[in-house]
Design a protein around this ligand. Structure first.
Ligand code: ADP
Ligand code: MG
Length: 613
């Protein structure tokens, strides 16, 4: 047989790359504005028509490009920002991959005008679907102006998947907000359909936050600042009394880049613990400046997750810094830093070990398993939740050890065949249900309070996520399938979630006209309403608005976990409480729900004593 492999033409390669970098109009805005910032611009104007579908134009007063550079900029992997792989570890620019411009040019009709200060005339380039249509000399101002028209004009499938104008517009502003919050010294102006809708004059950080969040936020902000050998943390958090029930503004940035960081988020919420109710959320704008070498350089273009080398130490520093600022600014007159469990600012010693409130859990530990020989020694494991508070409790209470060591099989939660099983719950620590909402149990240092619904959400989330990832949900065929009718937007979102929903054990059969027969459901979901569950999973993934697979999977697992977790108001048997508690402590993060809400609280002996006297 003759050879069949050939190289793809650049235009197609660029279109494929564009799928990674450019997902929606907001990605174009982000890439162009970041380029303007890298070019040293002080004023950036963003012009948008039709929520970015018809036109996105970004004009800056940066250093501009020479005629050759303007042409080169559209070659793949052409960049002025790095030369060698070592440069990757000391990045100071927003871009470095040299992929944005060729990707955008591959899926739009693009026009560039650019002039450098020292040149009298500038360059005009017109490119359509990667094809250079025109290059000529023009009169224009110093700087660069790039117009991107008719995004995805040659990729109808992608154009069709753009969401409503409202959603695309919101995404654009989400990107702009993240950029503007790191560059208060740059002026941004947004003009939409010929009307100026946003103007952010140059200012300091505090005022830039107010420009974006509203003047009222000024009185709410408390400054935080801490510098250690690991880097600098600065920014603002809101006073506890201004915490919000609805959406709060929560931002982390590292070296001028927006990042998501659920782990650091928990450091902040931990600092706010007991100052605000669990339903409320503090706003925060927190900036890290760290040595770029201590970051895992993020090669993926659209990812906002970043890995720090010293994450645990930074967690501690962040938590203490926020907590101290809250105390210092008298936000919390009741904070008493002499309390036993009050944290100390750790004097960081790069050579020493920083101790962290670590959850030393063995995820595979199952209290129902037959114990191995060594568990009979006095160092036998306690019930795992005790370990969570190992910071409070240095000695182990041995009373319940025999309970763990007794030989029993592992019951599945709430399966009726187990409800009669003779678990001798008096061998286990006692659990009490309070107001059909909390599980109370006595631990060595006090009274532990566990939220029954949230605990079960955490357990199920971990389980479903694993099923999705490993594709090991067990499906059960239904005799009379429900028919589900999807809305247009749900149907549009279905292809991106179908695999994951099927991995959980749902089986959908396309009947046409956006109707599907639900022919199989996960075997463990026996009483849920499958139509409702599917609507809610798709809805949640649309709401997440992400194209990143892992985020979609998380949203699906989360939605299903919330819909199927035991609700408040349900009376639990002693056995059920025991199972929830032991399964909770076998999860990755027993103390918090996937969304960072608190699951467990400890009322210490001292606190109880204080109340009694
Ligand atoms: P990257 O930003 O990763 O280098 P891009 O494809 O976004 O890749 O841009 C390619 C190159 O084009 C940049 O390295 C820069 O030299 C040049 N460039 C892009 N936009 C501008 C601009 N607004 N002003 C000046 N130069 C620019
Ligand atoms: Mg760039």
């Amino acid at each position: 047989m003759s050879d069949i492999i050939h190289l793809l033409p650049d235009s197609i390669a660029n279109q494929i790359a564009a799928g990674e970098v450019i997902q929606r109009p907001a990605s174009v805005v982000k890439e162009l504005v970041e380029n303007s910032i890298d070019a040293g611009a002080e004023h950036i104007q963003i012009l948008i028509k039709g929520a970015g579908r018809s036109l996105i134009q970004v004009t800056d007063d940066g250093k501009g490009m020479s005629p050759t550079d303007a042409r080169m900029a559209f070659e793949r992997h052409a960049t002025s920002k790095i030369r060698s792989s070592e440069d990757l570890f000391s990045l100071t620019t927003m871009g470095f991959r040299g992929e944005a411009l060729p990707s955008i040019a591959a899926i739009s009709q693009l026009e560039v005008k650019s002039r450098q200060k020292e040149d009298e005339l500038g360059t005009l380039l017109m490119i359509s679907g990667s094809k250079l249509e025109k290059q000529e000399v023009v009169a224009c101002g110093v700087g660069t102006s790039i117009s991107v028209k008719n995004i995805f004009f040659n990729v109808p499938a992608r154009r069709k998947f753009l969401k409503s104008n409202e959603t695309e517009r919101r995404n654009i502003f989400t990107e702009l907000e993240r950029i503007a919050l790191v560059h208060p010294d740059i002026e941004f102006v947004v003009i939409e359909n010929d009307i100026e809708t946003l103007r952010l004059p140059k200012s300091g950080l505090r005022y830039r936050i107010a420009q974006l969040e509203g003047k009222n936020i000024l009185q709410q902000l408390i400054e935080i600042e801490e510098e250690t050998t690991l880097g600098k943390i600065y920014g603002y958090v809101s006073r506890p009394e201004f915490a919000k029930k609805t959406k709060a503004s929560q931002f982390f940035f590292v070296n001028n880049r927006f990042i998501r960081h659920p782990y650091f988020h928990r450091a902040v919420t931990t600092a706010f613990e007991q100052l605000i109710s669990p339903k409320e959320k503090p706003s925060y704008f927190i900036y890290f400046q760290v040595n770029p070498e201590s970051l895992d350089v993020n090669i993926h273009p659209t990812k906002t997750e970043v890995k720090f080398e010293n994450e645990q130490a930074l967690w501690q520093i962040l938590m203490v810094t926020v907590k101290e600022s809250l105390g210092k600014f008298n936000a919390v007159p009741s904070i008493d830093f002499d309390r036993d469990d009050a944290p100390e600012i750790p004097l960081y010693d790069p050579k020493g070990n920083v101790s962290m409130p670590k959850v030393n859990l063995n995820p595979s530990y199952n209290p129902f398993n037959k114990p191995s020989q060594e568990t009979h020694k006095s160092s036998a494991p306690m019930f795992e939740w005790e370990k969570l508070y190992s910071g409070f409790e240095n000695e182990r209470d041995l009373q319940t050890e025999e309970a763990i060591e007794s030989d029993r099989s592992s019951p599945t939660l709430f399966k009726s065949e187990h409800s009669n099983s003779n678990v001798e719950s008096d061998l286990f620590p006692e659990h009490y249900q309070f107001k059909q909402k909390y599980i109370l149990t006595s631990v060595k240092s006090g009274l532990m309070i566990i939220d029954q619904h949230k605990a079960h959400v955490r357990i199920l989330f971990d389980k479903y996520l694993e099923q999705i990832k490993l594709n090991k949900g067990v499906s059960q065929r239904v005799l009379f399938p429900d028919i589900i009718e999807l809305s247009i937007s749900e149907a549009a979102a279905l292809p991106s979630v179908m695999d994951d929903i099927e991995a959980l054990g749902f089986e959908l059969n396309n009947l046409g006209n956006n109707c599907y027969a639900i022919q199989g459901v996960p075997s463990e979901i026996d009483n849920g309403n499958p139509t409702k569950l599917i609507h809610s999973m798709i809805g949640k993934s649309i709401e997440t608005g992400s194209d990143v697979k892992s985020e979609i999977q998380e949203s699906i697992a989360l939605s299903l976990a919330y819909s199927t977790a035991i609700p408040y108001g349900r009376t639990l048997t002693a056995e059920e409480m025991l199972i929830i508690v032991s399964q909770l402590f076998a999860t990755s993060t027993p103390s918090f729900t996937p969304e960072g809400q608190k699951i467990i609280s400890l009322l210490s002996d001292q606190e109880i004593e204080k109340k009694m006297h």
